[in-house]
Design a protein around this ligand. Structure first.
Ligand code: FES
Length: 139
């Protein structure tokens, strides 16, 4: 007979995760290929996106296009080309590699999205512990 974890055991397992740094779950990322996140409050929170490459690499970027500084998406969580292989800016069509954030076509070729350092723990993608999100907003 399989044992069912008690509620306090689940809470105990989750206690080591800083919930304010959770960007998304791996399950969400696997199912949809990309997730949008907001860390912080007020007028200037950190807004970003998390992607997973076909090789399983997880990467995150600030949601700001290097071409004109616009947010990349028009619809929630929609950042990818139709085949899911690249990140696309909805403003003028720049496309970026998922693994590096480098623009490979469009008006800002050779420039890149600002990376957000992340860690993966217990099925969640987290903002890395040593990163101050306000620094990324200011860049
Ligand atoms: S703002 Fe992204 S391509 Fe122009």
């Amino acid at each position: 007979m399989r044992s069912v974890p008690r509620v306090n055991q689940i809470v105990s397992d989750m206690a080591e995760i800083d919930l304010e740094r959770v960007l998304c779950s791996l399950a969400e990322l696997t199912a949809e290929g990309c997730r949008e996140f907001t860390i912080g409050t007020g007028n200037w929170p950190l807004r970003g996106l998390v992607v997973q490459t076909s090789a399983g690499v997880v990467a995150a970027y600030v949601n700001r296009c290097p071409h004109a500084g616009h947010g990349l998406n028009l619809r929630p969580h929609k950042f990818l080309t139709p085949d899911g292989s690249l990140i696309v800016c909805s403003s003028h069509g720049a496309v970026f590699e998922k693994a590096t954030g480098v623009c490979v076509a469009g008006p800002c070729v050779g420039q890149g999205l600002l990376p957000v350092p992340v860690t993966v723990a217990d099925g969640y993608v987290l903002l890395a512990a040593d990163v101050d999100p306000s620094i990324l907003v200011a860049d």
